[in-house]
Design a protein around this ligand. Structure first.
Ligand code: FAD
Length: 317
């Protein structure tokens, strides 16, 4: 079922969902199941599965370093199919511009359609680790908005090189990313919102936000988005802080700020066990306030480990 249909069916009740990352190559999918199992009691209507950019690895060949490009966490669509069929839940593969030609994207979308996957998140992706700026892949999409256009075209039977009067067209529901603290490359929040509006006008059906640790950032973002005429559901994405190192890592990777009182509390913690507990308590408070405000879904970034998400969900749902 489409995410938009799940939202309609919920009749305004806040739903629970979460995002997982594929395991590293060579690892069993069982570890993923072990982390999903405890969360199924909260009836997620959908689970997101991220896609990682490719990266360079250096292979020692008789003393000479050979640079090869590889993906450490492939398998997004396969994992989506496996989870969908094991748990009878909708899955949302993240589809990236970066690292994929438009043809590869088309084949991936065709696979999703055959697998009964009805939702996709359309994302640009970040720069590769050795790049300063995002560089579009040769023959690939440049912005998430271009990817939205490609997906919408496919929904109409317009493939890249031919129009097919398909008897069984795809009808993907499309999610896109929104940034309460603005995307790092956007010159202003307003210009970022204009780009978000463009994604919606081109066919995005809903927005999922980057993580935030102060709800007022989400509420202000939604208010501004509505003033800009963005009228699709805006799903808050949240994450419990889990280790002390997150104080530096989260701002660095996700380009977000942490509130002073959270920083002070984390700094007081004696070890990461205490930080993990603090993260759970902070996230429970955030979740309860968002729930009271009637958000459509509470979408948790699980980063593969679910004990803390379960602790939060059991206090909130
Ligand atoms: P876009 O919407 O293309 O925007 C990128 C930047 O370009 C913005 O600054 C925007 O303002 C600007 N812009 C947009 N259109 C134009 C235009 N036409 N001309 C000029 N400027 C323009 N990354 C992954 O690698 N894998 C994932 O699975 C993943 N999942 C994510 C899930 C969520 C919910 C979120 C919020 C992010 C996720 N990301 C993921 C990170 C995302 O790929 C990065 O934040 C990326 O830098 C931007 O992606 P986007 O889709 O928002 O890009």
């Amino acid at each position: 079922m489409k995410i938009t249909e799940h939202l309609k069916k919920s009749n305004g009740k806040t739903l629970f969902s979460f995002e997982i990352i594929p395991p590293q190559k060579g690892t069993s999918i069982q570890e993923l199941y072990d982390n999903i199992d405890p969360l199924m009691e909260f009836n997620p209507p959908f689970i997101d599965v991220t896609t990682s950019r490719e990266e360079y690895v250096y292979i020692d060949r008789d003393g000479l370093l050979d640079r090869k490009i590889t993906r450490m966490r492939p398998g997004t669509v396969g994992i989506c199919a496996a989870i969908k069929h094991k748990y009878e839940v909708d899955t949302v593969p993240h589809v990236l511009c970066g690292g994929f030609t438009k043809e590869e994207t088309e084949y991936l979308l065709v696979d999703c359609h055959y697998l009964g996957i009805e939702n996709v998140m359309a994302l640009r992706g970040d720069a590769m680790s050795h790049q300063k700026y995002f560089e579009p892949t040769k023959g690939g999409n440049e912005f998430a908005s271009d990817l939205v256009v490609q997906i919408k075209n496919l929904n109409k039977g317009k493939y890249l090189h031919e129009v097919i009067e398909a008897t069984n067209k795809s009808d993907f529901c499309i999610g896109v990313a929104g940034y309460p603290e603005k995307h790092i490359e956007a010159p202003s929040l307003e210009s970022d919102l204009k780009r978000l509006k463009q994604k919606v006008e081109l066919g995005a059906d809903y927005v999922v936000t980057q993580m935030f640790f102060e709800n007022k950032k989400y509420f202000e973002f939604v208010k501004k988005a509505r003033e800009f005429g963005i009228d699709v559901p805006i799903i808050p994405g949240i994450k419990p802080i889990a280790v002390k190192r997150h104080l530096q890592l989260l701002p660095q990777v996700f380009k977000i700020d942490l509130p002073e009182d959270l920083i002070a509390e984390v700094e007081k913690c004696k070890n990461n066990k205490e930080v993990r507990q603090l993260g759970v308590e902070w996230c429970i408070e955030q979740s309860k306030e968002l729930l009271a405000a009637g958000v459509p879904v509470l979408h948790y970034y699980s980063m593969g480990k679910s004990d803390n998400i379960k602790a939060i969900a059991s206090q909130v749902f």
